[in-house]
Design a protein around this ligand. Structure first.
Ligand code: GDG
Length: 466
């Protein structure tokens, strides 16, 4: 297989055991890179006084990494700005939180140019290049402009928003057009791909030939490629002391009460306020359940420099405090709200000890927590996954209890149903979901994307502009 160069905003090779709040991308990419013997290039997460483009090479947990430091202005305008205050909310359908500023757009263009300049000397003619996520959409075009004719792929880990929302972004046409410099673009679901196709056909005049988009003589394959879990690595946690200890601590502290668990980065896309409100609805309308259950919400803070994240944190503090103040008794706390991360092994034990897994984002590209919850269950006595229809994962995990997170009543009904679900139905639903989690795991995902990247063009006659 040809050498693979992965490029993403941050380089955080996965290391099991460490307590962290690494995103799904880190977990997935390390597995893919170890197998392909590739290089992972990106920002170190460090700040430098002046950008030099100097690369630090390391080997982290079996993965070769190459990182650069960025200037304070880059971090503010590109990362905190355009990536996290403009594109992230826009791509999660939150126009109300989308901040438009020319400085942000300028910083985004500058850092993408810097990525292209610094990664260029590492690229050999035969390498395949796989760029990740919304931070680096124009990078493919910047590399083409430098004369690279390598196979170039891009994977979007978030949803793709409807064209009507995309149009609120100044310069949207150039940005989307730049994506068509790639040979392959991967999406988690048919829904995100369909939104993209709608945009490029309506606003760019692109044509479709099967799953290829054609524009200006270039052809780009639009691939549905749902990310999966490193299922075997994750389930290997079962017999570790950390998993056993977390599981038994949670069970013994529950003193017979049923555990409902949520594990999410503290992010407004995850629907945490709506989840707390639905739980409050459950306790209000079903008093017989009080004292017989509790909600454990693990929510490690993320992107704390961004004002909307500070605000959601304050709102969640108020909501959880309000529920506890209203319903707690001398020996029962209805919400255990924890703003810190746990090691993956501990998470395994926590999922396994929980009767209900609540994954209720308002919008999510995929959501790996849903798959982790399924993988961690005891197949003989599994818990029940309550899953938002707006998570990409719902397209695969349709044996979950699928809910609308905007309806507290809908969610409260589903939690009540999950708590009283007969064993046989739990087993059936779990078996169906586990089969999909095992079959379409992270190796399946990376192999599918890489196969598309390696595949020859459908028509050799079609002129290609570089
Ligand atoms: C983006 C997309 C897409 C969470 N708390 C702890 C912890 N985590 C881990 C989870 C899971 C990962 O973080 C979160 O992944 P998600 O997929 O749920 O969400 P995002 O971070 O928003 O990821 C998403 C993903 O990219 C991949 O394409 O699925 O839709 O938004 O693995 O377990 N890990 C540890 N301790 C914690 O406390 N160790």
């Amino acid at each position: 297989m040809k050498r693979l160069i992965c490029i993403s905003n941050r380089v955080q090779a996965a290391s099991s055991g460490a307590s962290s709040n690494r995103g799904g991308l880190a977990v997935a990419l390390s597995a893919a890179l170890r197998e392909s013997n590739g290089i992972w290039f990106g920002w170190s997460g460090e700040q430098t006084d002046e950008f030099t483009g100097q690369i630090s090479f390391r080997r982290q947990d079996g993965v070769a990494t190459a990182t650069i430091d960025l200037e304070a202005q880059d971090i503010e305008e590109y990362y905190n700005g355009f990536a996290n205050r403009t594109l992230w909310p826009l791509f999660h359908y939150r126009l109300d939180l989308t901040e438009i500023a020319r400085d942000f757009a300028g910083g985004y263009a500058r850092v993408n140019q810097r990525f292209a300049e610094t990664v260029a000397p590492l690229i050999e003619p035969e390498d395949m290049i796989w760029v990740h996520d919304y931070h680096l959409m124009p990078l493919g075009q910047r590399l083409r402009e430098r004369g690279f004719s390598n196979r170039l792929g891009f994977f979007l880990h978030t949803p793709w928003p409807p064209a009507s929302l995309m149009m609120s972004l100044p310069g949207h046409k150039d940005l989307v057009k730049s994506l068509l410099s790639y040979d392959v673009i991967g999406f988690h679901t048919d829904e995100w791909r369909a939104s993209f196709i709608d945009y490029i056909v309506t606003h760019l005049g692109a044509e479709l030939d099967g799953d290829h988009a054609l524009l200006d003589g270039r052809s780009t394959r639009l691939l549905i490629c749902p990310i999966g879990l490193d299922t075997s690595e994750f389930t290997a946690a079962r017999d570790t002391p950390a998993a056993r200890s977390a599981q038994s601590r949670l069970i013994s502290s529950a003193v017979g009460r049923q555990v409902i668990v949520g594990v999410d980065r503290l992010d407004y896309s995850k629907g945490l306020q709506e989840r707390f409100m639905a739980y409050e609805q459950l306790l209000t309308t079903r008093p017989e359940l009080r004292e017989r259950l509790f909600l454990l919400q693990i929510a490690p803070p993320s992107r704390g420099d961004v004002p909307s994240y500070q605000q959601i944190r304050a709102e969640l503090n108020a909501l959880s405090g309000g529920i506890n103040g209203e319903f707690a008794s001398i020996d029962w706390v209805p919400v255990r709200y924890v703003n810190k991360g746990y090691a993956r092994e501990e998470l395994f034990g926590i999922y396994r000890a929980s009767r209900v897994g609540l994954v209720t984002p308002l919008r999510d590209g995929m959501n790996l927590v849903a798959k982790e919850y399924v993988a961690a269950q005891d197949p003989e006595d599994p818990g029940v996954l309550v899953l938002s229809r707006f998570a990409g994962a719902a397209a695969q995990l349709d044996a979950a209890l699928i809910i609308n997170p905007h309806s507290s009543e809908d969610m409260a009904d589903a939690i009540a149903r999950a708590l009283s679900m007969p064993l046989e139905e739990r087993r059936e639903r779990h078996a169906a979901m586990l089969a999909s989690v095992v079959k379409q795991d992270v190796r399946w995902w990376s192999a599918r994307f890489i196969a598309a990247l390696e595949a020859p063009e459908p028509s050799k006659d079609r002129p290609r502009l570089t």
